[in-house]
Write a protein that binds this ligand. Structure first.
Ligand code: HPA
Length: 235
């Protein structure tokens, strides 16, 4: 049955979903990588498609920006549409010194300044963590492609424009990069007993004042997409 945010009928969405933040990226992936893609959602322009990749059904669905937005879409996919695996594909700002522009980051865990975990009323601090099954498949895919990639802790921030300028402190803790969605995705997956992973392309280095052009983002995005798609067909 459709939800307030998704028009798909049950059964229209594959067990594994790739989730870019930008719905037009979802369209790009569907049109450039999937065979026989069918659009199942246009509510709020948050496009979702199902097709096949190497013969395996795969869906791709926009998440929007930030943890409240990916929180809604991923919760519905896990709990209303029987989705088992969500792989976020997005961009990140680098934090660690050795992470450069266009490198790929695979988020093993996601620190956050978000209050998303407070809903679970845990008597301590929760550590949002990727699913080993997806993480290990993604590492194999990245190795096979010969990509320049890093695996580790990322920082999911509630703010893009941050008054406190806290990146240097996260750097001291070995955090690789900053994005805005993974922690909520990992928590939704854990709560639903499902699997999630976040794969990122470094689009900017905020501490060094560097960024990629729109054209470069498109090319490097392809590397990450191929890692995510290989992961999707191997789990
Ligand atoms: N901050 C937050 N999210 C991001 C950034 C950033 O600098 N770059 C890409 N996603």
């Amino acid at each position: 049955m459709p939800t307030p945010h998704n028009n798909a009928e049950k059964g229209q969405i594959a067990k594994t979903v790739l989730m870019p933040g930008d719905p037009l990226r979802a369209k790009f992936i569907a049109e450039n990588y999937l065979d026989s893609p069918v659009c199942y959602n246009e509510v709020r322009g948050m496009l979702g498609y199902t097709g096949t990749y190497k013969g395996v059904p795969v869906s791709v669905q926009g998440s929007g920006m930030g943890m409240p937005s990916i929180g809604i879409y991923s919760w519905e996919l896990f709990n209303e549409y029987d989705v088992e695996n969500i792989i976020r594909v997005g961009t990140a700002g680098s934090i660690a010194d050795n992470v450069g522009l266009r490198d790929v980051i695979i988020g093993m865990s996601a620190s956050t300044n978000s209050a998303y975990a407070s809903q679970y009323r845990l008597p301590g601090t929760y550590a949002p963590t990727a699913s080993w099954k997806l993480l290990s498949a993604a590492v194999k895919a990245a190795e096979n492609k010969g990509s320049c990639f890093h695996v580790g802790n990322i920082f999911s921030s509630d703010t893009f424009y941050d008054d406190a300028n806290s990146l240097a402190q996260w750097q001291k803790m070995g955090v690789l990069g900053i994005e805005m969605e993974a922690a909520a995705l990992y928590m939704n997956a854990a709560r639903a007993g499902k699997n999630a992973l976040c794969i990122l392309t470094v689009s900017d280095c905020p501490l060094k004042g560097l960024s990629t052009s729109a054209e470069e983002r498109q090319t490097t995005f392809r590397d990450m997409m191929e890692i995510a798609l290989e992961t999707a067909v191997n789990v």
